[in-house]
Unconditional design. Structure first.
Length: 302
């Protein structure tokens, strides 16, 4: 069975006039694993739909969103660089997505386009399923202060995290993020921690010593970069999540695993956010485990 544009050829054999269209908007988008996992889930669920990648450049985004209505496309995922820009083009945005300031899933309800952000729910599902971790009452250190961090903060604080420390190279950027979320989650204490390219300071070491969870929300590690951390300070029972995934594992995951910490990477989160998007489009949950199994099979096959 040959792959055509990331979708297995068999998926095209059964396309009819009733087949619904789903997809993903991104620039670039050819690398996306979403078509593999979403088509596997659609086939396993017996749903007459196909999921395809759409390469949409920033200047093309308004036209692409308008095409969703014109062509009756069921819905799409939205990835970089469109997660923020797409919000101005939608009819409705749900509360969590508005709070995060980014949308990654669009649902076309009879021409009315509704935006959601499933990244936070994907993270929570990965933490629960892969690490047995629930945020309520826990202390968490997040590396970064970008868009992925915003989704993580919103999800973790909404589930009752007691304390969240943001470690970032730019302290003003981390402060801006804390200022945005603190009033929404008065039950969560926030702290800002320095993260230097040359290594971490005492503040981060102290935070790690009391942490239950460490999460990398940056893109560092995607190309094999090391993140300078005071690993001996991390509490022995802490679990570690790297939102990045790469074949052979990230340096963060390897370092944490070598020190005896339970670890998961971004594949679990990718599957989790995809499962939530699937439910928003179809009105039903995807078959259990199909998306993550397909992702693992793809990475192990290379």
């Amino acid at each position: 069975m040959t792959d055509v544009g990331g979708v297995q050829g068999q998926a095209f054999a059964d396309i009819s006039g009733k087949t619904r269209i789903l997809g993903i908007f991104g620039d670039p988008v050819a690398h996306s694993l979403s078509p593999l996992m979403q088509n596997a889930a659609l086939r396993a669920a017996g749903i007459d739909a196909v999921y395809v990648p759409f390469h949409v450049r920033p200047e093309q985004l308004p036209g692409a969103v308008a095409a969703l209505r014109a062509l009756g496309i069921w819905g799409v995922n939205v990835t970089v660089p469109h997660k923020e820009a797409v919000m101005a083009l939608l009819d409705e945005i749900d509360g969590p997505a508005r709070l995060i300031g980014a949308v990654n899933t669009l649902v076309n309800r009879d021409g009315r386009l509704c935006g959601y952000n499933t990244d936070g729910e994907g993270l929570l599902e990965s933490l629960r399923g892969d690490l047995g971790f629930t945020p309520a009452g826990r202390r968490i250190v997040l590396l970064g202060a970008g868009g992925a961090c915003r989704a993580a903060v919103a999800a973790l604080a909404a589930r009752g995290a007691a304390w969240i420390g943001l470690a970032n190279r730019s302290l003003p950027r981390a402060q801006a993020l804390v200022n945005h979320f603190a009033s929404h989650f008065p039950g969560t204490a926030f702290a800002i921690l320095p993260l230097s390219p040359r290594g971490a300071g005492d503040e981060l070491a102290q935070a790690l010593a009391g942490a239950d969870l460490l999460v990398n929300t940056t893109s560092l590690g995607l190309r094999g970069e090391e993140i300078p951390l005071p690993w001996p300070a991390l509490a022995p029972g802490a679990v570690v999540c790297d939102m990045v995934y790469r074949r052979g594992g990230t340096p963060l995951c390897r370092s944490a695993r070598e020190r005896g910490h339970l670890v998961t990477d971004g594949l679990g989160m990718l599957a989790g956010q995809g499962e939530r998007a699937f439910s928003l489009w179809t009105g039903q949950p995807p078959p259990f485990g199909v998306m993550k199994s397909r992702l693992l099979a793809e990475l192990n096959d290379k």
